[in-house]
Design a protein around this ligand. Structure first.
Ligand code: SF4
Length: 152
């Protein structure tokens, strides 16, 4: 699949920057029952591939998230356990297993079997952007209303 570059003029246009360097086994565990937040940049990139917003996203009243089908992310091929939009996957999927808690701040989710392959230098490099990531995800609905005319 072609890697898409979009330009909304934010740091989240740069998908590669937000990829955690780790030894991901591509087990697909993080794609099960996903609640992954979507940023405006993610929606712009994925819709530019030809997907309609409602095909892959759901709004929970505050945040737009990846849609599940049969208890896994709509983009996971359950036979191969591969992401079908891997080159264009959302920023949050690239950051995982680095996640954020309002109280604890950034931390590594030990549900990921490869969590201990993430070096402290990666946590230091990207951890400082996690609160910005969450703040950006809270802007997605306003952006969707303007860009896609979706009333939610
Ligand atoms: S759970 Fe961890 S090892 Fe498995 S696919 Fe997700 S990031 Fe990779």
């Amino acid at each position: 699949m072609v890697k898409v570059k979009i330009r909304l003029g934010t740091i989240f246009d740069d998908t590669e920057f937000f990829e955690v360097k780790m030894a991901c086994t591509k087990c697909g565990q993080c794609c099960m029952n996903t609640q992954m937040e979507l940023l405006p940049e993610d929606i712009e990139r994925i819709t530019s591939l030809g997907y309609r917003l409602e095909d892959f996203a759901v709004f929970d009243g505050e945040i737009w998230r990846l849609r599940n089908v049969d208890r896994h992310c709509v983009f996971l091929n359950p036979h191969t356990m591969e992401c079908t939009i891997y080159e264009n996957r959302p920023i949050g999927c690239r950051l995982y297993p680095l996640v954020y808690d309002d109280v604890e701040g950034p931390y590594i989710d030990k549900e990921c079997p490869a969590w201990n392959t993430v070096k402290q230098s990666e946590i230091d490099r990207l951890g400082k952007y996690l609160s910005l990531f969450i703040a950006r995800s809270r802007q997605t609905n306003q952006w969707v209303r303007l860009r896609h005319g979706v009333r939610s």
